[in-house]
Design a protein around this ligand. Sequence first.
Ligand SMILES: Nc1ncnc2c1ncn2[C@@H]1O[C@H](COP(=O)(O)OP(=O)(O)OP(=O)(O)O)[C@@H](O)[C@H]1O
Length: 237
Amino acid sequence: MPLLSVNSLQIRYGAVEAVRGIDFEINQGEIVALLGANGAGKSSTLNALVGLVPVTTGRISFDGTDITDFVPERLAPMGMTLSPEGRRVFGTLSVEENLRMGAYAIRSRDAISEAWQRVYELFPILYERRQQYAGTLSGGQQQMLAVGRALMSNPRLLLLDEPSLGLAPKIVEQIFDLIGVLRDQGVTLVVVEQNVGMALEIADRGYVMSGGRIVSSGSAAELSQAGRLQAAYLGAE
Ligand SMILES: Nc1ncnc2c1ncn2[C@@H]1O[C@H](COP(=O)(O)OP(=O)(O)OP(=O)(O)O)[C@@H](O)[C@H]1O
């Protein structure tokens, strides 16, 4: 059974049909890239998976449970979290407080301390800066904080929306290295990326969206073949 199954997912914002009935599956332990030009519907899809935007029609199931209308507060304890696009950290809270917010569903102090420790091991710079306001971090550090916050609930499925956006090449490499480390730790990952080359280097499989539909899918090697991706990107919208 796949860890996540999406069936005939449709998302509307008023008259705008952002996602037009898509089907896909994510298996335990995979890294899956979700690719496509701006406006293709990738962020809407991720946001719907974690209950941040309502599903118009269709079904989503996670680990065998129908979660279609679940709110994020219910999904995090089940093991699915999103690191949103645009490093949405709370600038006037400290690094530590930002991370604490990712563990809102965890009651035990020990479990929260363990989560902090786990994240600080992955991102030593966040430990160094733990008392600093998040707003004073560099872009790369804020991105690490956004990913770290999503990791605080110890997810089994982590959704990353454009983790490399606007970052210097060296930091992008660190973020992609981290994705590999997380996979080795048993986390299943869905990665929305504009950096198609790097995404397909690390992913097992991918789906390509255009105009709210999945227009291509396959192994990373298949999608890397010339032609298939270009057609989807150039033909977008
Ligand atoms: N809150 C909203 N209200 C109205 N329309 C929206 C809203 N959010 C997204 N859209 C529209 O839905 C479509 C899909 O947007 P979405 O952000 O999901 O695409 P995307 O593939 O993630 O693109 P990007 O990389 O630019 O974020 C676009 O036409 C966008 O303008």
